[in-house]
Design a protein around this ligand. Structure first.
Ligand code: NG6
Ligand code: CA
Length: 500
């Protein structure tokens, strides 16, 4: 158990909570985090009136494990399936596991998820039949309302799921999905067979089914009425989020909404009004669109008269990547924009660019506004919300989650004493105070396709964040004692117990 700072639990007024979770948004992508190339007025407002964290981390440099942690309060290593999942994977969160939405449910909240899921669907006992009700979805894990897409915008099936069922199913046009190397469906358009259908070419992968003129990961047949239009994704999710807010208000219930945006993950297809919104091409444009979505949610809360009684937490699942598999000119048009800000590496990497992410809290419960340097992890939301809601948690719930409510509302400037993150290969990083330790691991130091430094090295690495935020000087050899101490601590965490 690493839960610390358990304080006398007192019930505070039931404020609504909205988590807005971006996909692959970097530490330097927003105006309020230093970008001069992308205007993000709505997030800048959230920041100006809220609290901006500069030492907040997700638990992983990729999506599925980070999402597993934010929803369960457990580090990804607790679940050996917590890796980037294909679109037809079974759900990796067991039905009986405690989750953040279950916590809110216990406190009498109306709970909902809108947006990207990417934690698998169905109990895994048999392959998913997309034409039937699916037996394990977010509604089995604490979300009363669920409107999601299954995996990522670049993975099939490119459909929405509401509750247990695909939206707009047509029994005459059943949906079939395959993640085999070769297409089992002869009659579908595919990347190499039908290049004339492509509106953007891939730089790596994304060369199976063509859906809406875009090469995807995996093959899909059928479901033509159910397939989403990429340029409408943002508005579809936004409208659902707004609907959930107004339904909760009509029901006169406090609510918890997990609004998982798909931007700026690839493929980056903004709606027409955001095309060309920035000079950075589609990646910049979808960040401008993302900012607009945040503004729309705030406006919806304002219209209902509940903005003051709503805590908004904005963050991202992992760091940024420019070329993540499509030739959308993100690199060529990037200019002086630094998606990871001053941090080294990006998505996938063990350097801070992989997991140190924007994190903003907006709430009338804030006792301090401006900037917080407190060290916090997304894994802490579970225990912090439990504190906020006045709910005792089971011994084995959310074993890695620490109650950092005081840090979240600006009362505690320090936060955690340590936290752990992982890279694509599950290599570990441990941060203790200003020290960042990267444990030795196999693997190439550079991912040529994405042009990202992975941080992988057979040598131990130690950086001091106080004067080397860009992780340029490995001082492991100068501080061998510190390295030894941190490696030992890492092993202690990794062998700590959890019965589930
Ligand atoms: C990679 C994909 C990348 C992205 C990532 C998952 C290729 C070549 N690359 O395998 O495009 O989908 O998986 O991203 O297919 S995440 O944000 O969901 O973790
Ligand atoms: Ca992601």
């Amino acid at each position: 158990m690493f839960r610390q700072g358990k304080q006398a639990v007192k019930k505070s007024a039931q404020q609504n909570v909205v988590i807005i979770y971006a996909d692959d948004l970097g530490f330097g992508d927003l105006g309020c985090y230093g970008s001069r190339k992308i205007d993000t007025p709505n997030l800048d407002r959230l920041c100006a009136e809220g609290l901006k964290f500069t030492n907040a981390y997700s638990t992983s440099a990729v999506c599925t494990p980070a999402r597993f942690s934010i929803l369960t309060g457990r580090y990804p290593f607790r679940n050996d399936q917590a890796h980037i999942l294909p679109g037809d994977a079974g759900c990796i969160i067991k039905r009986e596991l405690d989750t953040v939405p279950k916590l809110f449910q216990r406190a009498g909240y109306h709970t909902g998820i809108v947006g990207k899921w990417h934690l698998g669907l169905g109990d895994g006992s048999k392959p998913i039949d997309w034409n039937q009700e699916i037996n394990l979805t977010p509604i089995d894990l604490g979300f009363e309302e669920s409107f999601i897409f299954p995996a990522t915008a670049d993975r099939v099936p490119c459909v929405f799921l509401e509750g247990r069922s695909v939206v707009n199913l047509d029994s005459k046009d059943p949906i079939e999905v395959s993640y085999e190397a070769e297409s089992p469906f002869e009659d579908i358009p595919t990347y190499y067979k039908n290049p004339e259908l492509l509106r953007v070419r891939s730089s790596h992968g994304h060369d199976k089914s063509i859906v809406n003129g875009i090469g995807r990961i995996g093959y899909m047949r059928g479901g033509s009425k159910a397939v989403w239009k990429d340029e409408e994704l943002a508005e579809t999710f936004l409208n659902r989020a707004k609907q959930f807010i107004s339904d909760s208000c009509r029901a006169e219930k406090p609510f918890f909404l997990y609004y998982a945006l798909h931007q700026p993950h690839v493929p980056r297809v903004p709606s027409a009004r955001f095309e060309g919104a920035t000079g950075l091409g589609p990646r910049g444009d979808v960040i401008a669109e993302l900012d607009w979505c945040v503004g729309e949610v705030m406006a919806a809360l304002e219209k209902e008269g509940i903005l003051d009684n709503t805590m908004i937490i904005f963050s991202s699942d992992n760091g940024p990547v420019l070329d993540d598999g499509y030739l959308d000119r993100a690199y060529e048009l990037n200019g002086t924009h630094r998606a990871a800000g001053p941090l080294r590496g990006g998505k996938y990497s063990k350097f801070d660019g992989g997991t140190r992410i924007p994190f903003i809290v907006y709430s009338s419960a804030l006792t301090h506004r401006g900037v917080s340097e407190a060290l916090i992890s997304q894994v802490d939301l579970y225990a912090s919300f439990a504190h906020m809601l006045g709910i005792e948690t089971g011994e084995d719930s959310a074993v890695d989650s620490q109650d950092r409510y005081a840090a979240l509302i600006g009362e505690d400037p320090a936060g955690r004493s340590e936290l752990m993150t992982e890279d694509l290969t599950c290599g570990k990083m441990l941060r203790c105070g200003s020290w960042v330790y990267l444990s030795p691991s196999e693997g190439a130091p550079y991912m040529p396709f994405t042009r990202i430094e992975t941080g992988l090295s057979k040598d131990p690495q130690l950086y001091n964040m106080d004067y080397d935020i860009g992780q340029q000087n490995n001082i492991a050899w100068d501080y061998a004692d510190q390295v030894e101490k941190m490696e030992k601590r890492l092993q202690e965490i990794l062998t700590s117990e959890s019965t589930r």
